[in-house]
Design a protein around this ligand. Structure first.
Ligand SMILES: [Zn+2]
Length: 375
């Protein structure tokens, strides 16, 4: 195996195993030469990735795509891009699908790239003062990209911003910060990537004044015995995870405090937890009332909640396997941390309705979800 691919695997696992950077299938990494781009395949996880988790793409072919005209219809366009990315695979028989962010990896010139949904990064990137604080902390050491629908549009916007950045500075940024999404760090070797991540996270950390407490509170036995009733009744999910921490106590005080975790911050959160969460403020022991709330949620949103927040108990995540229920619980807890820390940067900044509906209707994310459901 090529030495650089060994290093790519090493750095991918390093960040992939750390929940402060990557949860479940989130994030992606790459290595490139003049002619080839090795990028994480969609739906694979960084924490245990092997050489087989990367798909190699022909960069000459990708270059041609940068000037290609695509359909103006969103569905057709994303379909065309998907097919072109598939056609750029060096091994045409490979079943792997390149990450949707493959074109971003292609246009950033540095050899190694580690893209994560870093918690501390997102505390800033999902806040109201994001631009001001980035300017203050990083000046032109980082390139900030305001929220853009992922996929083709995000790639085009980044391409344009990279060009402008190059025109003013004569170089390309090694830090790209995507609003309500995450961080792209690039460098010529994996040590440089680690150094840049350390620089980035400690700069943001130094601005944080709030103490976060995620030690777990005990869950009452009676509640654990009660939950199967709910599962039996709705039959959508058969596994659950309950988490309660001091942090959830804070958000679950009343309908006002719940607002801080009532909407998604990033596309990833929608993929795992969906975009609506059910808050039960009343006594959970009133089973009929809880059932009718779940039913009403279903009527309104056309799906059963994957996240139910219960005052005095904590957050219940529901899924089709234990592993998935745990992943959903991890992603939601991460969201609560982001919201809490964002208060140091002017408070939380959620995705808006239009941005949310783009993700909900996006085939690419459906695919990612499908791979997650099968895993
Ligand atoms: Zn991402």
């Amino acid at each position: 195996m090529k030495q650089e691919i060994t290093e790519l695997i090493e750095i991918s696992r390093f960040y992939g195993k750390n929940k402060e950077f990557v949860i479940a299938g989130g994030g992606n990494t790459s290595f490139k030469t003049e002619s080839t781009l090795w990028v994480k395949a969609s739906g694979t996880s960084l924490n245990n990735i092997t050489e087989k988790g990367f798909v190699s793409l022909n960069r000459q072919f990708l270059n041609k795509l940068t000037s290609k005209e695509y359909s103006t219809d969103v569905k057709n366009r994303e379909n065309e891009v998907k097919n072109d990315l598939a056609a750029s695979k060096i091994d045409p028989n490979s079943e792997l699908r390149p990450s949707v962010e493959a074109m971003l990896h292609h246009i950033i010139p540095h050899s190694f790239i580690v893209h994560t949904h870093s918690t501390i990064g997102n505390a800033l990137l999902c806040s109201n003062n994001v631009e001001k604080v980035i300017q203050e902390l990083f000046g032109n050491k980082a390139l900030y990209i305001s929220y853009t629908d992922p996929g083709y549009l995000l790639y085009k916007k980044t391409e344009e911003e990279l060009k402008k950045y190059f025109e003013t500075t004569g170089s390309y940024p090694k830090i790209i910060l995507l609003q309500n999404h995450g961080v792209f760090v690039s460098g010529e070797n994996i040590n440089e990537i680690k150094q840049i991540y350390n620089f980035l996270t400690s700069a943001i950390n130094n601005k944080i004044t709030r103490d976060i407490d995620i030690t777990e509170n005990p869950i009452p036995d009676a509640f654990i015995k009660w939950i199967p009733k709910l599962i039996e009744k709705f039959q959508e999910y058969s596994f659950f995870t309950v988490r309660n921490t001091k942090l959830y106590d804070y958000f679950l005080q009343n309908s006002q405090t719940f607002l801080g975790i009532s909407k998604p911050f990033t596309p990833d959160i929608i993929v795992y937890c969906k975009s609506k969460y059910l808050f039960i403020e009343d006594n959970w022991q009133d089973t009929d009332k809880v059932f009718s709330k779940v039913s009403a949620f279903h009527v309104k949103n056309h799906y059963y909640p994957k996240i139910i927040l219960i005052k005095g108990i904590g957050v219940v995540s529901l899924e089709v396997s234990q592993e998935k229920a745990d992943s959903v619980a991890d992603v939601f807890l991460d969201m609560a941390i982001i919201s809490f820390l964002s208060e140091d940067f002017g408070g939380p900044h959620f995705m808006n309705k239009k941005q949310i509906s783009f993700i909900e209707n996006w085939e690419v994310e459906h695919y990612r979800k499908k791979v997650f459901d099968k895993s």
